[in-house]
Design a protein around this ligand. Structure first.
Ligand SMILES: C[S@@+](CC[C@H](N)C(=O)[O-])C[C@H]1O[C@@H](n2cnc3c(N)ncnc32)[C@H](O)[C@@H]1O
Ligand SMILES: [Zn+2]
Ligand SMILES: [Zn+2]
Ligand SMILES: [Zn+2]
Length: 452
């Protein structure tokens, strides 16, 4: 019978060390837990045995960290959490604080991830059945098997406790020694504006094509749906009848939402292609929104004090001359009008910090994901690649630089919001949120007002 479980054979270290997971588990298990040899590693720091490695999902064919997979005994196959959406069950076991629960339609019950299954003694490899049927081709160091003497369950805990982890920085220092990384940013005025615009123009085509299916053209991407936009809507009062500018509107999804709430919306963006797309949508949907191709640094189309409200969703990080953009936005806003804009967080957003988790392939919260910040004071532009897009110019600026430029342009900051998803959302979207969005803010919202 052919093996139906495949291992990820990543880099095999010349000099294997004990399995990282076996060591951690054996520190906790009173019964003797076997420390197996760590024959695989993705990151050259953490060595894993063949139990604590990656396995192939029988649905998508991709390899995943063992805690992101469940075993269906009816179908006798492994399925990953991307193919079958899990929920997060706060449960204390070993040094973990939650398990993934997968509802199985075939069995009409929940299955647990392989990590928690092993703790309970229900891991498929712990069963004689699978050994006898040799469903798994057992690698040399597969043994010894381990099983708790009695079947058991972890301790239920509140989700708040499951997410309140200690600060892990000390341990990473110990493991890796001192880490150093430096950014090399190009000063803002040395970046070619034409090049910035050209790259956006090219990427806008991909953006629209890629996201047509996933709903992002109506709802924004996952970060907008789950983190930024809920915070935005919380502070946006009634927009009915207000003249609102969506500055850097992109595909226009936010502008269309504002228009549906009764605002008189204008969307501007410097990409012709985005504006064209917005106009086509508007012609179809007739929401009364208007779209205009122009740079935020030149809004001369609009007279002074034209708008009641200006919003801008993750745009200023892309705008080269943000000081000039703030001046223009201030000019076209009424007295006492609000300018509410989100951006990548200056300290923890992708430009300012370096993400590290160990092991690198894990999706678990406990497993050492750090956001390291260095060279915070260096501001400027750099080319950043997102998913399958061409690299785009993005600009890092410090809090003080943004705050100073807002003051110079005539804005007062009313409030700064660092959006954090609520627990309900985290539970429903554990993969997208639980392992970092609850630990540091990637985004920030400045709620500003124009007052003398
Ligand atoms: C990250 S996208 C965000 C789009 C939209 N607000 C959203 O949330 O989906 C940034 C947008 O800013 C636009 N942009 C960048 N620099 C600009 C500038 N100087 N003037 C006008 N638009 C600009 C880009 O074309 C792009 O559509
Ligand atoms: Zn192990
Ligand atoms: Zn899968
Ligand atoms: Zn099942």
């Amino acid at each position: 019978m052919p093996s139906i479980v495949s291992f990820m054979h990543f880099y095999q270290p010349a000099d294997p060390q004990s399995c990282y997971y076996c060591v951690k588990i054996s520190e906790i298990e009173a019964e003797e837990y076997p420390i197996r040899e760590g024959i695989f590693t993705v990151e050259h720091v953490v060595f894993r045995c063949s139990w604590h490695s990656q396995f192939e999902c029988s649905k998508c064919g991709k390899f995943h960290h063992f805690s992101w997979l469940f075993w269906c005994p009816t179908e006798e196959r492994l399925i990953c959490g991307s193919c079958r959406k899990p929920s997060m069950k706060p449960i204390k076991f070993w040094d973990k604080t939650y398990a993934y629960e997968f509802f199985c339609e075939k069995c009409n019950e929940v299955h647990y991830d392989l990590f928690y299954s092993e703790f309970r003694g229900t891991h498929p490899w712990q069963s004689e059945h699978y050994k006898l049927n040799s469903i798994v081709t057992i690698p040399e160091n597969w043994m010894p098997l381990w099983k708790p003497y009695n079947p058991r369950m972890g301790e239920n805990i509140a989700i708040e406790d499951a997410l309140s982890l200690s600060n892990n920085v000390e341990e990473i220092r110990r493991r890796l020694g001192d880490l150093e990384f430096h950014s090399s940013l190009t000063p803002q005025n040395e970046v070619d504006h034409q090049d910035i615009q050209k790259k956006w123009e090219e990427d806008s085509v991909n953006w629209i094509e890629n996201y047509e299916k996933s709903g992002e053209l109506d709802e924004g991407d996952i970060s907008r749906q789950l983190i930024i936009d809920p915070a935005f809507w919380k502070i946006l009062d009634n927009v009915q009848g207000l003249k609102v500018l969506d500055a850097g509107c992109g595909n226009g999804y936010f502008a269309r939402k504002l228009a549906k709430k009764g605002a008189k919306v204008y969307g501007v963006d410097f990409s012709d292609n985005f504006i064209e797309y917005c106009k086509v949508r508007e012609a179809k949907e007739q929401l009364g929104a208007k779209f205009l191709q122009t740079s935020l640094t030149d809004l001369s189309f609009f007279e002074n004090e034209f708008f009641d409200l200006i919003i801008s969703n993750v745009v200023l990080v892309d705008v080269q001359d943000y000081q000039k953009a703030f001046f223009e936005l201030n000019r076209i806003l009424k007295q006492d009008g609000r300018f509410i804009w989100s951006n990548l967080h200056p300290a923890f957003g992708r430009l300012g910090s370096y993400l590290l988790r160990l092991p690198l392939d894990t999706s678990r919260n406990e497993e050492r994901r750090y956001n390291l910040v260095d060279r915070y004071f260096d501001s400027g532009g750099t080319l950043v690649s997102w998913e399958n897009f061409q690299p785009l110019w993005q600009f890092h600026r410090t809090f003080s630089e943004y705050s100073h430029a807002l003051k110079e342009a005539g804005f007062t900051i009313r409030e700064i919001i660092e959006p954090k998803p609520d627990l309900g959302l985290i539970k429903e979207n554990p993969r997208a949120l639980a392992f970092n969005a609850d630990r540091f803010p990637y985004f920030i919202i400045f709620d500003c007002i124009k007052i003398d």
